[in-house]
Design a protein around this ligand. Structure first.
Ligand SMILES: *[C@@H]1O[C@H](CO)[C@@H](O)[C@H](O)[C@H]1NC(C)=O
Ligand SMILES: *[C@@H]1O[C@H](CO)[C@@H](O)[C@H](O)[C@H]1NC(C)=O
Ligand SMILES: *[C@@H]1O[C@H](CO)[C@@H](O)[C@H](O)[C@H]1NC(C)=O
Ligand SMILES: *[C@@H]1O[C@H](CO)[C@@H](O)[C@H](O)[C@H]1NC(C)=O
Length: 298
């Protein structure tokens, strides 16, 4: 008897867990037309940690998708390409070379999407010749900032702020506030590969067969709960029969007859083929569940 109650609770919990995790890890958007957020990214605070990978947390505030880079701060996510693994960012301060100067990707899962080269940032007290192009957003009154190749001899009026690997030196024609702020990511290692696979499988299942799958899971669970309930009723009736009159026995037969009719109806509605399909759908859900659990263990 207790075993059957456990049986019901177990399947009911799987039912709700499946439904819950499917909803929680669904593809998200911070606003209409904003980038799609799915594995390895997740929305921090809105989706559980296992929906994404560490370092891939995004934020949705003011209808804007942002990413927090620990050494730098918040950058706006313009687009995410999951096929090419490209994350296009925008600097809210409209100063791409300011980002290049301060961004340190070493503690993030990202690298520049473009090939990088070493450049030095010079901070000069006087303006240099026209062969150098000043970075307007980094310069102010009384000082002028330039990006130069590290091989350039540093003029006396200048000091080297930093030499960092960046995608390109400052160029007035490429002074777009997003150009160059493309990052790519790498999920290295066997485990990561499996996680990526699990993630994409999960997303695919959700996107393509969400309603379909959920409908079948509900049918599976309903049938299982119904069978369990029928067994419990029967056990109860068997116990009662020992203590009560024959009338009880008639009631039981009545109940069983009703149950039999109900089952027959159910079988009419869900033909064998459907049930088989439901079962395989259930197995898929179980597989995904198992993969998710493995993911959590890793
Ligand atoms: C949201 O927008 C308001 C007004 O534009 C601004 O004051 C606030 O700082 C923004 N918040 C974030 C988190 O960007
Ligand atoms: C976000 O967008 C919705 C719909 O366009 C709008 O109603 C809401 O006020 C916006 N919220 C913020 C914080 O800008
Ligand atoms: C980036 O951060 C790492 C670790 O904090 C540090 O070792 C490295 O020197 C930094 N790189 C730059 C270019 O500042
Ligand atoms: C350049 O120097 C000026 C004054 O010395 C300073 O205020 C400014 O922050 C410096 N800029 C950079 C990018 O180092």
């Amino acid at each position: 008897m207790h075993a059957f109650i456990f049986f019901i609770l177990f399947f009911t919990s799987i039912f709700f867990e499946t439904q819950a995790s499917n909803e929680i890890c669904k593809t998200k958007k911070c606003a209409l037309g904003a980038p799609e957020i799915r594995f390895p990214f997740r929305v921090k605070g809105q989706q559980p940690e296992n929906c994404g990978r560490p370092g891939f947390d995004l934020d949705c505030s003011n209808n804007t998708t942002t990413i927090h880079i620990p050494s730098y701060g918040d950058l706006v996510v313009k687009s995410i390409s999951y096929d090419t693994k490209k994350l296009d960012l925008l600097d809210p301060k409209n100063c791409v070379h300011g980002v290049f100067l301060d961004l340190n990707l070493s503690l993030t899962p990202f690298q520049y999407y473009y090939v990088v080269k070493q450049y030095s940032y010079l901070n000069c007290s006087i303006e240099l010749s026209k062969s150098f192009t000043e970075v307007p957003c980094l310069s102010g009154s009384g000082y002028h900032v330039y990006t130069v190749k590290p091989t350039v001899a540093v003029p006396i009026s200048c000091r080297v702020v930093k030499t960092v690997p960046i995608p390109f030196e400052y160029n007035a024609y490429l002074a777009d506030n997003s150009f160059g702020l493309g990052l790519t990511w790498n999920l290295l290692g066997h485990e990561d590969f499996h996680e990526a696979e699990a993630g994409s499988l999960q997303t695919k299942t959700e996107q393509e067969t969400d309603c379909f799958t959920m409908a079948h899971v509900k049918v599976c669970i309903t049938i299982l709960i119904f069978v369990a309930a029928a067994v419990i009723i029967r056990v109860n009736m068997n116990q009662s029969r020992k203590l009560h009159y024959q009338k009880e026995g008639e009631d039981q037969i009545q109940v069983e007859k009703l149950l039999g009719e109900y089952r027959a109806n159910k079988n009419d509605r869900y033909h064998e083929a459907d049930l088989k399909q439901s079962n395989s759908q259930c197995e898929t859900i179980m597989d995904i569940q198992i993969m998710k659990n493995q993911k959590v263990q890793v």
